[in-house]
Design a protein. Structure first.
Length: 197
């Protein structure tokens, strides 16, 4: 179900562009989070319903811009065929030993995701959004370490999950998402989507 960014056009919300994950992949990643939770205590874990693959973070966006954002995403997706990607492997930025962001990676389908992210970035730069400063690295954020420090137990758990497979993802659309902060954490809602060919 699509939800409007807001009924009041001048209100700003946090928005991002993402690939949504199907239920089976989210469930497999949720099980991995439960396993990691035992060895990493100071982590804000993503709830399975919120797991996604971010293509571009937009920051605060006026609701009135929704139609132009959707048009830009439609242009970015046009001419690209739907494709498959495999969610596999565990890791962390900047390194598993000193993790700040814990993630699941992408195996097959990485090149297609990089191309899609590049096209999304170009389409949104044309609307005045900043260009992504770093090369796109497809991943699903599982958790953020609250106080990053050397953690050998977590590093070992991530290395053990390096070859773990979480499922196949059929990428047929890109979604414009909004993020609402709540006492129990963020809630993500799809606002609109653009289909790949």
């Amino acid at each position: 179900m699509r939800a409007p960014i807001t009924a009041v056009a001048d209100v700003e919300v946090r928005a991002f562009v993402a690939i949504r994950l199907d239920e089976a992949v989210r469930a497999a990643l949720g099980a991995a989070i439960e396993g990691l939770r035992r060895v990493a205590r100071d982590v804000a874990w993503v709830v399975p319903d919120n797991l996604h693959l971010t293509l571009k973070f937009l920051g605060q966006v006026r609701a009135a811009r929704t139609p132009e954002l959707v048009a830009a995403l439609t242009r970015a997706a046009s001419g690209l065929a739907a494709f498959e990607a495999n969610v596999a492997g565990l890791g962390a930025f900047p390194t598993p030993t000193r993790a700040r962001v814990i993630w699941a990676g992408v195996g097959h389908g990485t090149d297609a995701l990089v191309l899609l992210a590049s096209r999304v970035d170009e389409a949104l730069v044309a609307l005045g959004f900043e260009r992504e400063p770093r090369p796109f690295s497809p991943h699903v954020t599982l958790g953020r370490v609250r106080t990053p420090r050397r953690d050998l137990a977590l590093a070992e758990a991530l290395r053990a999950g390096d070859a773990q497979k979480f499922g196949r993802l059929v990428v047929e659309r890109v979604a414009l998402m909004r993020s609402d902060l709540a006492p129990r954490g963020a809630r993500y809602t799809e606002v609109a989507a653009a289909k790949l060919a």
